[in-house]
Design a protein around this ligand. Structure first.
Ligand code: ADP
Length: 851
């Protein structure tokens, strides 16, 4: 029995009882152990044992370990596999258990159970021994045939798999190298078999029997695979064919397919090389590319780096190293283009023309980068586009809002999986020339993150001293950006990083007045919308009063974007009507409807029956042109979103209207105050910043110190306003954070109204910073604020005296609609804010600003 060369397993083996899986010799299995006896075995034998011998255990299949160690052992399966415990991993979750990794060595048979607790140990007899088979000549012959047959099937099966997978290739080699006797066990554990089948193989102690039992399993697997390949798509069939043919080729040494593939591939690479050589890339880039193509030629195609390198080279070839459009700059033509595309915005157009003129005179201008700053929808992007048009250059917009990774600008290094160039290089690839107009949209919304500061990366792009050798991380060679014309846009300069702001020339683009909006709508937006919706002016008419209605009641914005959207909604609704009644000829007499005043009459008198809102006889097609009146507006856009609520909200003391500036334009802001019995506390609500809170305290202090002068009393008639009184100041729209000093005068007026019991005039809005001495200091954003007040239908605006100069920027017709009160001190503010003035009891000396 004992053979010197054979491995002998111990005759006494601790037994691991498994139920769900069967371990065969030569294979490895991971099993979870959580029953009492098995746990004990792991703890006292595997974890405490020190010799290699102690890691050999007997794995008994098809026998579950009782859940309690008091229970008797069930009948043990007679045959098991001696195994080496290779790894033990313990875990306490969800309950204490071990995971064992065991490798099967050979079969054994239980001769006698020696003990049951704490874990079973048995005297065993080793069954698989090499000597037994080789010594037996008669069986060897028989076995020879069987094993040959088995080997053939095994080879057939393995070659049906994808040999390019390393594990499969290894298996193929194993088939040749392993002793044939080991194959049935190993293959049974690899192919798809049930536990029952595995158990049968384990029980087949005689090798011949084992071969006989395994062959049908192999055949079944081969048939299954064949069927699967037939049902696959043709493309995949081809792949399989390649896989199936390969081994034969290896034998015949004539690899035709491989040659073809390689040749094709080689052709591609040669083409690429040719392209590289003929491209006009810089010398440095050419050097890098040639080096890369040399590497590419040596690389096997299956290598992931092959695709990476190829993509890189293709990009390098595609980049417009030397390709540019010819500038056709003619200032007069530029002026016409700008005027045709955009209504109003004179200041901006003037500055843009100056810029273009200088470019015309001095080629290669290393001038400042223009940055248009203003609320959304005022035409910043659209002016950028017009500039490209006037210059005859390509236009590309790069949205920077929310970009927080510097690789977005500068690209990822090529070592990185999924690396790609940054947006600048990508943009150049898209436009295909090296002198486009790049619009860097929303530079104020760049964010910082752990991945670096994109603003810092932009600095290099925008700096004329540096950008002729901009190095994208992906390209890793310099690209000349000096021909690119950069224009930036932002909503506010406050959040643009200072270093970036320093390189740009800021041009403010304020919001539009109602009149300007009406003009823009009728000259640009409506024709554009009609065209987009396939409508003609003979089919739809939007009178100016309707546009005004949309502007005042359905939008409240500085720009025209929402207005454009609303017009789009109207066109969609009309398109349905037109499509419904397409067979009917338009009536020419309807097209004569005028605009302006005539139109108003028309609407009130007889527009209703023919308007889109008329649903009485839907069956009849509508008459053309469809006139959009207020009824139609209500039908299409729903009830008005903004009412002229101003006067309603000012019908009790303690409310005043302030003017605020936001990145989205100016806004009117209500300030409300109330008082109640208390201990002199001030409560402020409405998401206020520190400066705003200070303004509130300043306002109260000033009013308390001037209470007698103005006859302001608290509820009990005392001049000490906070005596037994709490004050609550609220700035509605609490979801928006508000800060800045310009609400000072509004808070004073609001509190003065509260303590005097008088109403603030309902048509007055105000802005201004205050001091403790009652002076009114100048503030910013006057133009936007005035426009907001005008939009809201207010008539009188109190602004600091020193802001008088800012009024010049405001369009004449807006100024004509409004009365401006220039206030140097709070007395003047209060006098203007209340009907009939705000009387001072004993007029002390007049306080005038000396600033
Ligand atoms: P912004 O970039 O300032 O957010 P856009 O340039 O996208 O705004 O403008 C929004 C829309 O309004 C565009 O369709 C644009 O043509 C139009 N628009 C804005 N201002 C004007 C104007 N002054 N004249 C004509 N169209 C304008």
């Amino acid at each position: 029995m004992a053979a010197g060369s054979a491995i002998q397993i111990p005759t006494r083996l601790p037994l691991l009882l498994t139920h769900e899986s069967v371990l065969l010799p030569g294979s490895t299995m991971r099993t979870s152990v959580d029953s009492p006896r098995n746990m004990q075995l792991v703890r006292s034998r595997l974890l405490k044992g020190t010799s290699l011998r102690s890691t050999i255990i007997g794995v008994i299949p098809n026998t579950s370990d009782p859940t309690s160690d008091c229970d008797d052992l069930p009948n043990l399966h007679r045959i098991g596999t001696a195994a080496l415990a290779v790894q033990v991993v313990g875990s306490n979750w969800p309950k204490p258990h071990y995971t064992l990794l065991v490798t099967g060595l050979c079969r054994f048979q239980i001769l006698q159970l020696l003990k049951e607790k704490p874990y079973p140990v048995a005297e065993v007899q080793q069954l698989d021994r090499l000597e037994q088979f080789t010594n037996d000549h008669k069986s060897e012959e028989e076995l020879g045939e069987l094993s040959e047959q088995f080997y053939k099937y095994a080879v057939q099966l393995v070659e049906m798999l994808d040999l390019s997978v390393p594990a499969v290739a290894k298996l193929r080699r194993l088939l040749d190298n392993l002793p044939r006797e080991a194959l049935p066990d190993i293959l049974t554990s690899i192919i798809r078999t049930t536990n029952q089948e595995k158990l049968q193989i384990l029980d087949a102690v005689r090798l011949e029997e084992r071969f006989k039992m395994t062959i049908p399993l192999l055949v079944r697997q081969i048939e299954g695979l064949k069927l699967l390949q037939k049902t696959r798509k043709p493309k995949q069939d081809d792949d399989k064919r390649v896989v199936a043919i390969r081994p034969n080729r290896r034998i015949s040494h004539g690899s035709i397919m491989e040659d073809e593939e390689e040749e094709e591939d080689h052709d591609d690479v040669v083409m690429l090389e040719k392209k590289i050589r003929t491209s006009s890339m810089s010398e440095q880039a050419l050097k890098v590319c040639l080096k890369e193509i040399k590497r590419l030629k040596k690389m096997p195609q299956s290598m992931p780096e092959y695709a990476l390198t190829r993509n890189y080279l293709e990009l390098m070839v595609e980049l417009p190293w030397n390709k540019s459009t010819k500038d056709r700059l003619e200032i007069r033509a530029a002026r016409i283009v700008l005027d045709n595309d955009h209504y109003a915005m004179e200041k901006l157009k003037k500055r843009v023309l100056e810029y273009l003129a200088v470019r015309q005179l001095k080629n290669n201008l290393k001038g400042p980068i223009l940055c248009f700053v203003g609320p959304p929808g005022v035409g910043k992007t659209s002016v950028g586009r017009s500039i490209a048009k006037t210059l005859g250059r390509e236009f590309h917009r790069i949205a920077l809002g929310g970009v927080c990774d510097q690789s977005d600008i500068r690209g990822h290094r090529r070592t990185y999986v999924g690396s790609m160039p940054g947006r600048i290089i990508n943009g150049l690839k898209t436009v295909g020339v090296n002198n486009p107009v790049f619009l860097l949209d929303e530079v104020d919304k760049l964010a910082k993150s752990l991945q670096g500061d994109p603003a810092a990366a932009l600095l290099e792009v925008l700096d004329p001293e540096q950008n002729h050798s901009f190095t994208d991380h992906y390209l890793n060679v310099a690209f000349d950006l000096s021909q690119v014309l950069f224009i930036a846009t932002a909503n506010t300069t406050a959040t643009i990083p200072p270093a970036l702001l320093d390189r740009m020339e800021v041009i403010q683009v304020p919001g539009y007045t109602q009149e300007e909006k009406i003009e823009i709508a009728h000259r640009h937006l409506i024709p554009k919308q009609l065209e987009q919706h396939g409508l003609t002016p003979q089919q739809i008419q939007i009178p100016q009063v309707t546009t005004l209605g949309i502007i005042t009641r359905y939008t409240r914005e500085a720009g025209v974007r929402a207005l454009d959207r609303k017009l789009g909604a109207i066109c969609r609704a009309v398109a349905v009507k037109v499509a419904e009644g397409q067979h009917k000829e338009p009536k020419p007499d309807r097209a004569e409807v005028g605009e302006g005043e005539d139109c108003k009459e028309h609407i009130t008198e007889d527009a209703k029956p023919e308007s889109i809102s008329d649903t009485a006889d839907l069956a009849l097609p509508p008459e053309m042109p469809i006139l959009i009146d207020f009824h139609a507006l209500k039908d299409i856009l729903g009830p008005p979103m903004y009412d002229m609520e101003v006067s309603e909200r000012l019908n009790q003391p303690g409310v005043a209207i302030g003017l605020a500036w936001t990145p989205l334009g100016g806004e009117i802001m209500f300030v409300e105050a109330s008082r109640m019995d208390g201990e002199g506390q001030l409560t402020l609500t409405g998401q206020l910043g520190a400066v705003m809170k200070e303004s509130a305290h300043l306002a109260i202090s000033w009013l308390r110190s001037n209470a007698k002068r103005y006859q302001l009393t608290n509820a009990s008639g005392s001049f000490d306003l906070l005596d037994n009184t709490d004050i609550h100041l609220h700035f509605p729209a609490g979801a928006v954070t508000k800060d800045g000093p310009s609400a000072g005068v509004t808070i004073v007026t609001c509190l003065a109204s509260l303590f005097s019991g008088r109403l603030v005039c309902s048509d007055v809005a105000m802005t201004g910073e205050i001091t403790l001495r009652g002076l009114v200091l100048p503030v910013g954003g006057i133009k936007d604020k005035v426009l907001a007040a005008h939009r809201a239908g207010l008539k009188r605006i109190i602004i600091p005296q020193r802001n008088e100069k800012d009024l010049e920027e405001i369009a004449v017709h807006v100024r004509q609609d409004l009365t401006f009160v220039l206030a140097g001190c709070l007395d003047e503010v209060l006098n203007a804010a209340f009907d009939g003035g705000f009387a001072v009891k004993a007029r002390v000396e007049h306080l005038n600003s000396k600033l």
